[in-house]
Design a protein around this ligand. Sequence first.
Ligand SMILES: Cc1cc2nc3c(=O)[nH]c(=O)nc-3n(C[C@H](O)[C@H](O)[C@H](O)COP(=O)(O)OP(=O)(O)OC[C@H]3O[C@@H](n4cnc5c(N)ncnc54)[C@H](O)[C@@H]3O)c2cc1C
Length: 300
Amino acid sequence: MIAVVPVRDGRLPVGADATVAEALGRVLVIGEGAMAAAASLRVEVRELRTCEAGPFAPGSWAAGLAEILSGEPMIVLPGSADGRDLAGRLAGELGRPCHAWCTEVLSSRATMTRHEGVVSVTVPVLGPAVTTLVPRAATVRAVVPRQPDPVVVELGAPMRRDATVLGVDDADPAELDLSDAERIVAGGVGLGGPEEFAMLAEVAAALGASLGATRPIADRGIVGHERQIGTTGVTVDPQLYVALGISGAVQHTAGLGSPGRIVAVNTDAACPMMAMADLAVVADAAATLRALDRRLAEAS
Ligand SMILES: Cc1cc2nc3c(=O)[nH]c(=O)nc-3n(C[C@H](O)[C@H](O)[C@H](O)COP(=O)(O)OP(=O)(O)OC[C@H]3O[C@@H](n4cnc5c(N)ncnc54)[C@H](O)[C@@H]3O)c2cc1C
């Protein structure tokens, strides 16, 4: 099995580490800044190939990769936007089935998830295949690995027409799929009601962060269920997670991944969320939010 990780601007997509782990450390990183992106993998890499292929061009890449990887029985890509786009084309070029949105890939079977995780389908893998892996379906243990020297791979001249990219707009954190967010400010029951969550949305926008919440907040209709983090909500893995008035129940924290930094604000210094935090602030969550809002307004 080999992982193919499409990158942009030297940055790994969501789910890259888990995909490499699933392929037991065999990976081909392709795109603009492939070498730099590969260096930021946080899982063990046993065999590394890099391909500096320039801006994302899924048609040409699929045709070129099909030649290079035709002998690989199982190719797994992250279920990122680019991974999904490339996987189908690669499967088409190779004349193989594409098992999309898997939670587990073995040489003999693939388990896919459907209907927001409600249905799980396991299919036998009867021959060579391409798969995509649900980002963060599994927790990967982050390490700072020593990587093998990369084998540099080159694609031939573009063999397929690709769309011309006229420009790339920055994602609006308010619209961003929560699972892709690098910064999340989230509120729980201890933050308050609709008024506080409206302010939380403004503070999140000012910080370039996405808004998250616990299940009781989503159940009360204060935010949509797509903003709910946890086992029955969205699984996230941000660089920064700010938790305001959240107790840290296991059903919530199980969806957190392994954030780079956690800041928690809570009146209960001993609750699980505070125990997990890098910075634990014992204070009233709504008052802290209002103070933050004022500071951001002064700074702008
Ligand atoms: C099958 C199942 C699935 C579930 N799935 C999910 C899920 O996906 N996601 C999820 O989030 N939950 C889920 N839950 C619910 C979960 O168990 C918890 O009930 C929920 O996460 C608690 O949300 P909370 O932290 O907002 O509220 P609480 O647990 O009520 O915590 C509120 C916190 O606010 C603090 N607080 C109170 N007043 C203040 C104040 N003025 N200032 C600061 N802090 C204050 C309290 O000290 C407390 O720590 C699930 C439960 C079940 C049974």
